[in-house]
Design a binder for this molecule. Sequence first.
Ligand SMILES: [Zn+2]
Length: 251
Amino acid sequence: MAQVKDYSVEEKLASVVKLQKIDSKLDGLQVLKGELPIEVSDLEDEIAGLHARQTRIEEEINGIQQFIEQKKNVIKESGDLIKKYEKQSENVKNNREFEAINKEMEMQTLEVKLAEKHIKDATEEIAEKARALELAKKAVSAKEGNLKAKKDELEKIIAETDKEEKHYNKMAAAARQHVDERLLHSYDRIRKTYRNGLAVVPVERDSCGGCFNAIPPQKQSEIKQHKKIIVCENCGRILVNDELNDAVEVK
Ligand SMILES: [Zn+2]
Protein backbone atom coordinates (compact mmCIF):
# COMPACT_ATOMS: atom_id res chain seq x y z
CA MET A 1 0.00 0.00 0.00
CA ALA A 2 1.46 3.32 -1.11
CA GLN A 3 0.11 5.36 1.76
CA VAL A 4 2.04 3.24 4.31
CA LYS A 5 5.17 5.24 3.50
CA ASP A 6 3.42 8.48 4.36
CA TYR A 7 2.66 7.49 7.92
CA SER A 8 4.23 9.56 10.69
CA VAL A 9 6.66 7.96 13.14
CA GLU A 10 3.94 8.06 15.77
CA GLU A 11 1.54 6.21 13.49
CA LYS A 12 4.25 3.70 12.58
CA LEU A 13 4.94 3.10 16.26
CA ALA A 14 1.25 2.80 17.08
CA SER A 15 0.80 0.17 14.38
CA VAL A 16 3.78 -1.87 15.54
CA VAL A 17 2.57 -1.59 19.16
CA LYS A 18 -0.77 -2.96 18.01
CA LEU A 19 0.92 -5.85 16.22
CA GLN A 20 2.99 -6.56 19.31
CA LYS A 21 -0.08 -6.66 21.52
CA ILE A 22 -1.86 -9.05 19.16
CA ASP A 23 1.21 -11.28 18.90
CA SER A 24 1.56 -11.26 22.70
CA LYS A 25 -2.05 -12.45 22.97
CA LEU A 26 -1.22 -15.26 20.54
CA ASP A 27 1.93 -16.11 22.53
CA GLY A 28 -0.18 -16.27 25.70
CA LEU A 29 -2.61 -18.67 24.01
CA GLN A 30 0.27 -20.87 22.89
CA VAL A 31 1.55 -21.09 26.46
CA LEU A 32 -1.94 -21.92 27.73
CA LYS A 33 -2.56 -24.55 25.06
CA GLY A 34 0.87 -26.03 25.66
CA GLU A 35 -0.05 -26.85 29.25
CA LEU A 36 -3.66 -27.94 28.80
CA PRO A 37 -3.03 -31.38 27.26
CA ILE A 38 -0.58 -32.14 30.08
CA GLU A 39 -3.15 -31.09 32.67
CA VAL A 40 -5.80 -33.30 31.07
CA SER A 41 -3.51 -36.32 30.96
CA ASP A 42 -2.42 -35.71 34.57
CA LEU A 43 -6.07 -35.80 35.60
CA GLU A 44 -6.65 -39.01 33.66
CA ASP A 45 -3.62 -40.58 35.35
CA GLU A 46 -5.07 -39.61 38.71
CA ILE A 47 -8.37 -41.37 37.92
CA ALA A 48 -6.51 -44.47 36.74
CA GLY A 49 -4.44 -44.44 39.94
CA LEU A 50 -7.55 -44.28 42.13
CA HIS A 51 -9.18 -47.13 40.23
CA ALA A 52 -6.04 -49.22 40.58
CA ARG A 53 -6.06 -48.62 44.34
CA GLN A 54 -9.68 -49.73 44.59
CA THR A 55 -8.95 -52.87 42.58
CA ARG A 56 -5.93 -53.64 44.75
CA ILE A 57 -7.97 -53.50 47.96
CA GLU A 58 -10.64 -55.71 46.38
CA GLU A 59 -7.99 -58.23 45.37
CA GLU A 60 -6.54 -58.17 48.88
CA ILE A 61 -9.96 -58.89 50.35
CA ASN A 62 -10.41 -61.78 47.89
CA GLY A 63 -7.00 -63.13 48.91
CA ILE A 64 -7.92 -63.03 52.60
CA GLN A 65 -11.26 -64.72 51.89
CA GLN A 66 -9.42 -67.51 50.10
CA PHE A 67 -7.09 -67.80 53.08
CA ILE A 68 -10.13 -68.15 55.38
CA GLU A 69 -11.56 -70.88 53.12
CA GLN A 70 -8.26 -72.75 53.33
CA LYS A 71 -8.30 -72.51 57.12
CA LYS A 72 -11.91 -73.74 57.21
CA ASN A 73 -10.77 -76.77 55.20
CA VAL A 74 -7.95 -77.32 57.68
CA ILE A 75 -10.49 -77.31 60.54
CA LYS A 76 -12.72 -79.76 58.68
CA GLU A 77 -9.85 -82.09 57.83
CA SER A 78 -8.51 -81.98 61.38
CA GLY A 79 -12.00 -82.58 62.72
CA ASP A 80 -12.36 -85.65 60.49
CA LEU A 81 -8.97 -86.92 61.67
CA ILE A 82 -9.92 -86.38 65.31
CA LYS A 83 -13.14 -88.40 64.78
CA LYS A 84 -11.08 -91.11 63.11
CA TYR A 85 -8.58 -91.19 66.01
CA GLU A 86 -11.43 -91.28 68.54
CA LYS A 87 -12.75 -94.42 66.86
CA GLN A 88 -9.27 -95.93 66.71
CA SER A 89 -8.69 -95.20 70.41
CA GLU A 90 -11.65 -97.45 71.24
CA ASN A 91 -9.78 -100.42 69.79
CA VAL A 92 -6.19 -99.82 70.94
CA LYS A 93 -4.09 -102.91 71.66
CA ASN A 94 -1.52 -101.36 73.98
CA ASN A 95 -0.44 -98.26 75.85
CA ARG A 96 2.08 -97.17 73.25
CA GLU A 97 -0.58 -97.21 70.53
CA PHE A 98 -2.95 -95.26 72.80
CA GLU A 99 -0.34 -92.59 73.44
CA ALA A 100 0.53 -92.31 69.78
CA ILE A 101 -3.14 -91.77 68.91
CA ASN A 102 -3.55 -89.31 71.76
CA LYS A 103 -0.57 -87.31 70.49
CA GLU A 104 -2.04 -87.17 67.00
CA MET A 105 -5.37 -86.00 68.42
CA GLU A 106 -3.62 -83.30 70.43
CA MET A 107 -1.78 -82.15 67.35
CA GLN A 108 -4.94 -81.95 65.32
CA THR A 109 -6.69 -80.07 68.12
CA LEU A 110 -3.84 -77.57 68.07
CA GLU A 111 -4.19 -77.31 64.28
CA VAL A 112 -7.87 -76.47 64.71
CA LYS A 113 -7.14 -73.84 67.34
CA LEU A 114 -4.44 -72.27 65.21
CA ALA A 115 -6.74 -72.20 62.16
CA GLU A 116 -9.51 -70.64 64.26
CA LYS A 117 -7.11 -67.94 65.42
CA HIS A 118 -6.05 -67.32 61.80
CA ILE A 119 -9.68 -67.01 60.72
CA LYS A 120 -10.44 -64.57 63.54
CA ASP A 121 -7.45 -62.37 62.61
CA ALA A 122 -8.26 -62.57 58.89
CA THR A 123 -11.89 -61.62 59.52
CA GLU A 124 -10.75 -58.54 61.41
CA GLU A 125 -8.38 -57.74 58.57
CA ILE A 126 -11.23 -58.01 56.06
CA ALA A 127 -13.37 -55.62 58.11
CA GLU A 128 -10.49 -53.14 58.09
CA LYS A 129 -9.96 -53.54 54.34
CA ALA A 130 -13.70 -53.14 53.75
CA ARG A 131 -13.59 -49.81 55.56
CA ALA A 132 -10.57 -48.76 53.47
CA LEU A 133 -12.41 -49.87 50.33
CA GLU A 134 -15.45 -47.86 51.31
CA LEU A 135 -13.29 -44.77 51.78
CA ALA A 136 -11.46 -45.41 48.49
CA LYS A 137 -14.77 -45.76 46.66
CA LYS A 138 -16.01 -42.51 48.14
CA ALA A 139 -12.74 -40.80 47.18
CA VAL A 140 -13.00 -42.18 43.64
CA SER A 141 -16.56 -41.01 43.10
CA ALA A 142 -15.82 -37.57 44.58
CA LYS A 143 -12.66 -37.20 42.51
CA GLU A 144 -14.29 -38.52 39.37
CA GLY A 145 -17.01 -35.92 39.61
CA ASN A 146 -14.41 -33.28 40.26
CA LEU A 147 -12.20 -34.45 37.41
CA LYS A 148 -15.08 -34.73 34.99
CA ALA A 149 -15.98 -31.10 35.67
CA LYS A 150 -12.37 -30.06 35.23
CA LYS A 151 -11.98 -32.00 32.02
CA ASP A 152 -15.13 -30.43 30.59
CA GLU A 153 -13.82 -27.03 31.62
CA LEU A 154 -10.45 -27.71 30.01
CA GLU A 155 -12.09 -28.91 26.80
CA LYS A 156 -14.12 -25.74 26.76
CA ILE A 157 -10.96 -23.67 27.23
CA ILE A 158 -9.29 -25.54 24.38
CA ALA A 159 -12.25 -24.81 22.12
CA GLU A 160 -12.24 -21.21 23.31
CA THR A 161 -8.47 -20.97 22.71
CA ASP A 162 -8.91 -22.16 19.15
CA LYS A 163 -11.57 -19.53 18.63
CA GLU A 164 -9.38 -16.79 20.09
CA GLU A 165 -6.38 -17.98 18.13
CA LYS A 166 -8.29 -17.66 14.85
CA HIS A 167 -9.50 -14.23 15.89
CA TYR A 168 -6.04 -12.91 16.76
CA ASN A 169 -4.37 -14.53 13.75
CA LYS A 170 -6.77 -12.66 11.53
CA MET A 171 -6.10 -9.46 13.46
CA ALA A 172 -2.33 -10.00 13.28
CA ALA A 173 -2.43 -10.49 9.51
CA ALA A 174 -4.42 -7.26 9.15
CA ALA A 175 -2.13 -5.38 11.54
CA ARG A 176 0.98 -6.47 9.65
CA GLN A 177 -0.43 -4.79 6.54
CA HIS A 178 -0.27 -1.47 8.37
CA VAL A 179 3.29 -1.73 9.69
CA ASP A 180 6.09 -0.06 7.76
CA GLU A 181 8.07 -2.74 5.91
CA ARG A 182 11.46 -1.97 7.45
CA LEU A 183 9.99 -1.68 10.89
CA LEU A 184 8.16 -4.98 10.40
CA HIS A 185 11.43 -6.63 9.41
CA SER A 186 13.16 -5.36 12.58
CA TYR A 187 10.15 -6.31 14.65
CA ASP A 188 10.17 -9.91 13.39
CA ARG A 189 13.92 -10.18 13.89
CA ILE A 190 13.84 -8.84 17.48
CA ARG A 191 10.80 -10.94 18.39
CA LYS A 192 12.59 -14.13 17.39
CA THR A 193 15.53 -13.20 19.64
CA TYR A 194 13.54 -13.21 22.87
CA ARG A 195 11.67 -16.09 24.41
CA ASN A 196 8.92 -13.80 25.67
CA GLY A 197 8.43 -12.56 22.10
CA LEU A 198 8.58 -8.89 23.09
CA ALA A 199 10.05 -6.66 20.36
CA VAL A 200 8.20 -3.44 21.27
CA VAL A 201 8.19 -2.36 24.90
CA PRO A 202 7.09 0.73 26.80
CA VAL A 203 9.37 2.81 29.01
CA GLU A 204 8.30 1.96 32.54
CA ARG A 205 9.70 3.60 35.72
CA ASP A 206 12.44 5.23 33.62
CA SER A 207 13.57 1.82 32.37
CA CYS A 208 13.25 -0.36 29.30
CA GLY A 209 10.14 -2.54 29.72
CA GLY A 210 12.02 -5.44 28.17
CA CYS A 211 15.39 -5.59 29.94
CA PHE A 212 14.86 -3.01 32.72
CA ASN A 213 17.94 -1.07 31.70
CA ALA A 214 17.66 2.59 32.82
CA ILE A 215 16.72 5.07 30.06
CA PRO A 216 18.27 8.55 30.52
CA PRO A 217 15.78 11.50 30.69
CA GLN A 218 17.12 12.97 27.42
CA LYS A 219 16.38 9.72 25.60
CA GLN A 220 12.96 9.43 27.26
CA SER A 221 11.96 12.84 25.94
CA GLU A 222 13.17 11.83 22.45
CA ILE A 223 11.01 8.73 22.68
CA LYS A 224 8.03 10.90 23.64
CA GLN A 225 8.56 13.24 20.71
CA HIS A 226 8.09 10.42 18.16
CA LYS A 227 10.53 12.00 15.69
CA LYS A 228 12.37 8.76 15.11
CA ILE A 229 12.25 5.14 16.09
CA ILE A 230 14.45 4.53 19.12
CA VAL A 231 15.68 1.16 20.30
CA CYS A 232 17.03 0.13 23.72
CA GLU A 233 20.83 0.32 23.76
CA ASN A 234 21.00 -2.72 25.95
CA CYS A 235 18.52 -5.20 24.40
CA GLY A 236 17.72 -3.66 21.00
CA ARG A 237 13.95 -3.65 21.55
CA ILE A 238 11.87 -0.86 20.03
CA LEU A 239 10.95 1.64 22.76
CA VAL A 240 7.68 3.57 23.01
CA ASN A 241 6.43 5.90 25.73
CA ASP A 242 3.81 4.37 27.98
CA GLU A 243 1.07 6.84 26.93
CA LEU A 244 1.30 5.60 23.36
CA ASN A 245 1.54 2.03 24.56
CA ASP A 246 -1.55 2.40 26.76
CA ALA A 247 -3.50 4.13 23.98
CA VAL A 248 -3.36 1.02 21.81
CA GLU A 249 -6.00 -1.49 22.82
CA VAL A 250 -6.41 -4.97 21.45
CA LYS A 251 -9.55 -7.02 22.02
ZN1 LIG B 1 16.06 -3.01 26.85
